[in-house]
Design a protein around this ligand. Structure first.
Ligand code: GAL
Length: 378
């Protein structure tokens, strides 16, 4: 028998150790629905959020919520972590403004912030859903801010409806002719009305001023192209819109997804070349059943699947609403489904659900409740 030289064995053992020591993940439990203290011992206040992985650190951005109001009196908070369990408070990344004329004046509604990094410009770009103070949810704007530093401060750039005067790529001439021929007004929620929405009644209504943009997420693909995915058309239709190369505006390319499907809270990931999107229905702060879609390309076609959640309370997403899906670096096939358990009467006490997404043999994702689990063993 030929012996493996001792030096090679030692080098191999060293490499294994190094690899293990490198892994930041531990068996510290993740317990959805409980209080999650930060490094100061305070429950993490970053709701409707998302996570950016940058230089080996996780940055969690989310809505700061107060004791009584869901409006924005502080802004977007940021926390950092190496292991996804221990979170350091990094402060307010984007502050609301003291200027009453500002779009983001204190008391506005600032929801579902997401941050992405632009390799070409070296800038961190934040998009969020903005509603102007005192105007309920009527503004339905997408807003953007930018920073040279990941944790901020972010500088507010502007907000608006999306892609004014620009046609969606998957609206057909037949759809437009159908909408043009409608004898208005149709009674809401009738089959005729839903069909009219499906064919673009609200898309057309909003065409000149730009599409509405409420619940949203961002996605950066492998080729560096970034996408803004948002609830348009009074939350009845999702849009997927490509961002410009600097991520600070829209490129003008976009599609309508699940028209008249009434989806919000989009969260997206890609696995083995298939794009998966999990959304919720539209019942405000109350939880409902999650929905799931897949597509071979970000540009579709998007196909709907059954609710990915299983088991008890799966019909209400275990009490939560999707916000983000994180592929965990260094963990093959670990994608974390992240959701918010809203507490509209005590918003600061809203909780988080993080669960590992499981996959059927054919690759279809599903989610099961776990009282606790850890990153290391998943
Ligand atoms: C939810 C939405 C939240 C927030 C809330 C307000 O449907 O997902 O982000 O806008 O409505 O009622």
């Amino acid at each position: 028998m030929r012996l493996i030289p001792k030096t090679i064995l030692l080098a191999f053992a060293g490499l294994l150790c190094a690899l293990q020591a490198c892994s930041p993940y531990t068996d510290a439990p993740i317990r959805s629905g409980e209080i999650w203290p930060d490094d100061r011992g305070e429950h993490i206040n970053a709701h409707g959020g998302g996570i950016l992985v940058h230089d080996g650190t996780f940055y969690w951005f989310g809505e700061h919520k107060g004791e009584r109001s869901s409006s924005a009196f502080v802004g977007v908070t940021c926390y950092s972590s190496k292991d996804l369990v221990n979170w350091k408070y990094e402060g307010v990344a984007l502050s609301v403004s003291d200027d009453p004329e500002s779009d983001i004046t204190r008391g506005c509604t600032l929801e579902r912030p997401k941050v992405i990094y632009n390799k070409k410009t070296g800038k961190f770009v934040m998009w969020f859903h903005l509603e102007l103070r005192g105007r309920g949810y009527s503004a339905a704007r997408a807003a953007v801010a930018v920073s040279d530093n990941v944790t901020g401060p972010y500088t507010y750039i502007g907000s608006g409806r999306v892609n004014p005067g620009i046609p969606a790529e998957n609206v057909t001439d037949e759809d437009l002719a159908y909408v043009d021929a409608l004898e208005q007004p149709l009674k809401s929620w009738t089959p005729e009305w839903l069909e009219a929405i499906n064919r673009g009644m609200y898309y057309k209504r909003d065409f000149e001023g730009g599409q509405m943009s409420r619940d949203m997420t961002l996605y950066v693909d492998d080729d560096g192209k970034a996408y803004h995915i948002y609830a348009a058309e009074e939350n009845l239709t999702l849009n997927i819109a490509e961002l410009s190369d600097d991520y600070l505006s829209h490129s003008g390319r976009y599609i309508r997804v699940a028209p008249a499907g009434h989806n919000e809270a989009p969260a997206i990931f890609k696995r083995n070349g298939t794009y998966w999107m999990i959304t919720s229905g539209c019942t405000g702060w109350d939880p409902n059943a999650a929905r799931m879609f897949s597509a071979p390309s970000i540009w579709g076609p998007w196909t709907q699947h059954p609710n990915p959640c299983r088991g008890e309370k799966s019909e209400i997403t275990y009490g939560g609403q999707s916000t983000f899906i994180l592929p965990v670096p260094g963990k093959k096939d670990l994608y974390i489904f992240m959701a918010d358990i809203w507490r509209p009467r005590h918003p600061i006490d809203a909780r988080y659900i993080w669960l590992p997404i499981r996959f059927e043999e054919d690759g279809t994702p599903y989610i099961e409740w776990l009282d606790e689990w850890n990153i290391k063993d998943n």
